[in-house]
Write a protein that binds this ligand. Structure first.
Ligand SMILES: Cc1cc2nc3c(=O)[nH]c(=O)nc-3n(C[C@H](O)[C@H](O)[C@H](O)COP(=O)(O)O)c2cc1C
Length: 468
């Protein structure tokens, strides 16, 4: 078969091809082959799709993802995942199992992905040039989302009885799996064995998260990681450029703390950990080495981040201390100010005639303050302030008291929906003034903060300003 000689094309065609190839993260030869395949009607054009300004710093921009969708209830979320990847300049080609097509149609997936969806191992048009092998090769990363218990089992056993598993067996590319199933299926010893096998084989996992399942009344571990968490994991896996924070290390705290009253009761707060986890993921995606100290949350551990799970403020302080020295500390966790003076050894009983027990409280360690005044103080200490009134005044006072460089203040009054919600409206307080950032998704707040951190260290991230 004749090979493609780009040299022989006229200048205008060469330039157009060069631009297309750069936009789609392909070589010019690859781009030419994709276009010829499309013209011959045997392969879709897999464009990277429109790139938004906010996505300009996405580390996997210009890369190609082969997304395998299997037959779980979370399959509808794969549409959002495709959209999020494409708007970050990632080319997405989709493969669906037979069961996945019972949940979302190839038509919908193809419309969002901007190309043909592959469903059949024995497709004559695609297989005349061994289509499943080609699909396995023509991607930088294979993502399985959602990954059913069934598909995980077939992967673990090396089956290749449909297009999805044939690709997964044939690919030499990294594989990222986002499990999604009922908690009982996730807990089952067979699934535990299969997941352990995949991990031994070098497959990377994102999630599952803990929380409400689609089935009413069901809760536990098994929810698919949110599309933006999968996007972050893809970025962490595919980020080829060194990243603006390469060579720097960070510790991030996230979530609430639980302070025990007795063996079954505890003092807690409404923090979800969404903002802290998003910051840890964004720091890692920017190339920093990150330790995340997470209080009890239902979120998946961010990919590419060393996560330490703790419950109480004292455990959180010990874990932060163990992570030092680092260059950057971002203290996002809503650490309980107080704990009970003494945790009851047994469940406190209601006794007839006696009134309610009085809880004597004592102060918890002030983790931000101890980091801000530490002998091994990080070069940049950032604290979060959850306030319900006089935001800027309180944040400025906190900046001084805690020895922090910056305070990110957010209004957590119940009517804002910020605590526990997905969006945030923050004010960045530094020694020189207060910046009011517009309301954004917590992942966008994280990215804007990472751009500020990068410029603090003299490493700019273009076009990732708040509101960009
Ligand atoms: C309504 C419904 C929801 C389902 N949701 C899930 C799920 O979330 N996770 C899962 O592992 N299996 C789920 N299943 C079972 C899978 O669809 C089934 O195991 C199927 O064989 C998976 O095929 P696949 O792995 O080839 O996509 C569900 C089945 C039904 C009928």
């Amino acid at each position: 078969m004749a090979s493609i000689t780009i040299r022989n094309l006229d200048e205008a065609a060469k330039q157009a091809l060069r631009e297309r190839a750069a936009r789609n993260g392909r070589s010019m030869e690859e781009e030419a082959r994709v276009l010829l395949g499309a013209a011959a009607g045997v392969a879709p054009v897999m464009d990277a799709g429109p790139t938004t300004l906010a996505a300009a710093d996405y580390p996997a921009r210009g890369k190609r993802v082969l997304l395998i969708i299997s037959g779980g209830i979370a399959a509808y979320k794969s549409l959002d995942l495709i959209r999020r990847l494409r708007e970050r300049g990632v080319g997405v080609r989709a493969v669906m199992t037979a069961a996945a097509q019972r949940f979302v149609t190839p038509l919908a997936v193809g419309a969002i992905a901007g190309g043909e969806v592959f469903t059949d191992l024995f497709d004559r048009a695609a297989e005349h040039d061994i289509g499943h092998i080609r699909l396995a090769r023509e991607a930088d990363l294979v993502v399985v989302a959602p990954a059913t218990a069934d598909l995980i089992a077939r992967m673990a056993h090396g089956l290749a009885d449909d297009l999805a598993t044939a690709i997964l067996l044939a690919t030499a590319r990294p594989v990222l799996v986002a499990p999604a199933m009922n908690p009982a299926m996730w807990r089952h010893p067979a699934t535990r064995r299969n997941v352990a096998t995949l991990e031994r084989d070098g497959v990377r996992l994102v999630g599952p998260a803990t929380g409400e399942m689609a089935e009413s009344g069901e809760a536990g571990t098994g929810r698919m990681a949110e599309p933006l968490d999968i996007v972050a994991a893809v970025g962490a896996l595919l980020g080829s450029a060194p990243g603006p924070l390469a060579g720097l290390s960070a510790v991030v705290t996230s979530g609430p703390t639980h302070e025990p009253i007795d063996p079954v009761r505890y003092i807690a707060n409404r923090s979800s950990g969404r903002q802290g986890h998003a910051i840890a993921a964004a720091l890692a995606a920017a190339g920093a080495r990150v330790t995340l100290v997470a209080g009890p949350v239902t979120l998946a551990d961010p990919a590419g981040v060393a996560t330490v799970h703790v419950e109480t403020a004292r455990q959180m302080q010990a874990a932060v201390e163990a992570a030092l020295p680092v260059d950057i500390a971002v203290m996002v966790a809503a650490v309980a100010d107080w704990r009970t003076q003494a945790e009851a050894g047994q469940k406190i009983k209601k006794a007839a005639g006696e009134g309610p027990p009085v809880l004597a409280l004592t102060e918890n360690p002030d983790i931000l303050r101890s980091v801000g005044h530490h002998a091994r103080r990080p070069r940049l200490v950032i604290g979060f302030a959850a306030e319900t009134e006089q935001l800027a005044a309180h944040a400025r006072a906190k900046l001084k008291r805690k020895g922090a460089d910056w305070i990110v203040a957010n209004d957590v009054s119940p009517q804002t929906g910020i605590m526990g919600g997905t969006r945030n409206r923050v004010h960045l307080v530094t020694a020189t003034g207060v910046e009011d950032w517009p309301e954004m998704d917590k992942h966008d707040v994280a990215r804007a903060l990472i751009a500020r951190i990068a410029s603090h260290f003299g490493r700019t991230v273009p076009e990732a300003r708040p509101g960009a």
